[in-house]
Ligand binder design. Structure first.
Ligand SMILES: *Cc1c(COP(=O)(O)O)cnc(C)c1O
Length: 398
């Protein structure tokens, strides 16, 4: 049987390297009937995204939210998450770091501002402007942007200022000249000026002040600079002095807590469930072991279930260090090894669990499987719980 080029591109490693095609496919929400009954999937909860956005709005006194949806919307899928965020009045716009993500949001029908916080090449400008993606020009790109804007179409930009993080953006000493040039170019609209915080509280407060000083000076010179923004999730809980005109959180939108203190307040709901069916049950006698090197051994007769999901899907290998998996209303310990595509759990000497029962490895339904709790037990960062979700997993909106 011959396959079309498109099928080839979508279904292979070559396809994975061609990010644009892959991402658009991977993040399109499949209908339930397309989910394979013996494979893992992700459920994305629209109501959780809404709850988290409202919590952020409350915590920041109603500041407009530029929701970060980088890394394929923290693993949840740009085209799944985009329309939900687009419909929330608290959300001013959506920020990403890859061109594919910006275009996936537009393909999914997102109408609000989409900000691409990345360096782009001049030859990518036309496509980005055609899709009304806000870019962050440096000096070299500013003249290219001005040229295109002068031809008629308005171009919205944000000025990305490096005030001390030294990762991205134009060094703050050069920012006034760039803001002036962009602000005075016909048809170019500066919608925002922003910086990135370091999560060092005193330093970040100082950076926010510097950004305000920079913007005030530009405004005195007759240039409109739009909204100033800096605060990521950490600052939403810990540095109100950095809220400025808008906030720019990512992790919190998806229900991840940035600290134990934030977690203890419990305002968020994990926005995804990583789920898989039980595909095999086996009863071990005392003394029998499971998985590589028989790392775990039954001390009494024990039922063991196999889940067809593993570290390739974004479930941490370290989950064997004490993580639990939820089936029904009970949790069961992970045992042996989390391999690439399989996870084993111990069910006890007697069990009512059957092949086909659905297990939830990560999600909002039980404190033991909240992403922060799984990360803590597995010795992983809470960010990794989102950033490493396999883009090939079916994503199903609930
Ligand atoms: C990732 C990112 C954010 C959001 O950070 P969180 O810690 O996930 O809230 C904000 N701004 C920039 C520039 C980022 O790269």
């Amino acid at each position: 049987m011959s396959i079309s080029r498109r099928q080839f591109v979508v279904g292979t490693a070559v396809g994975a390297a061609l990010g644009r095609v892959r991402l658009a496919e991977a993040s399109a929400p499949p209908v339930l009937s397309e989910l394979h009954p013996s494979e893992p999937w992700l459920e994305i909860e629209g109501a959780a995204l809404t709850q988290n956005v409202r919590a952020i709005a409350r915590l920041t006194g109603g500041k407009p939210i530029l929701a970060v949806a980088k890394n394929n919307a923290y693993g949840c899928g740009c085209s799944v998450v985009g329309p939900v965020l687009d419909g929330l009045p608290e959300v001013w716009g959506i920020a990403v770091v890859r061109i594919d993500e910006a275009l996936a949001l537009r393909s999914a029908g997102v109408k609000k501002p989409v900000l691409l916080m990345a360096r782009v090449e001049p030859n990518e400008l036309d496509e980005l402007i055609a899709h009304d993606v806000r870019i962050t020009p440096d000096e070299a790109l500013a003249s290219e942007v001005a040229l295109r804007a002068a031809r008629g179409r308005g171009v919205g930009v944000h000025v990305y200022v490096d005030a001390g993080m030294h990762r991205m953006g134009v060094p703050i000493a050069r920012a006034p000249a760039l803001i002036d040039a962009l602000g005075k170019a016909p048809n170019v609209q500066i919608e925002g000026v922003f910086t990135e915080l370091t999560e060092d509280v005193d330093f970040d407060k100082e950076m926010a002040k510097q950004l305000r000083t920079l913007a005030d000076a530009a405004q005195l010179g007759g240039v409109k600079v739009g909204r100033l923004h800096a605060a990521s999730s950490h600052a939403v809980w810990h540095i109100p002095e950095t809220f400025l005109d808008a906030v720019r959180p990512g992790l919190a939108v998806y229900g991840g807590y940035v600290s134990e203190e934030a977690r203890s307040r419990g305002e968020l709901r994990a926005a995804y469930r990583l789920r898989a069916p039980v595909v095999r049950l086996v009863r071990l006698e005392a003394g029998e072991g499971v998985s590589y090197h028989r790392r775990w051994k039954a001390s009494t007769p024990t039922w063991v279930a196999t889940l067809p999901v593993g570290h390739v899907d974004g479930y941490p290998s370290g989950a064997v260090k004490g993580c639990d998996v939820l089936i029904g209303d009970r949790v069961y310990p992970v045992i042996g090894t989390v391999s690439a595509s399989h996870t084993l759990i111990a069910l006890g000497t007697e069990t009512s669990v059957k092949v086909g029962d659905v297990a939830t490895l990560v999600g909002p339904d039980h404190p033991a499987i909240h992403p922060n709790e799984v990360a803590a037990r597995a010795g992983w960062s809470e960010y990794n719980m989102f950033m490493h979700l396999n883009p090939l997993l079916a994503r199903h909106v609930v």
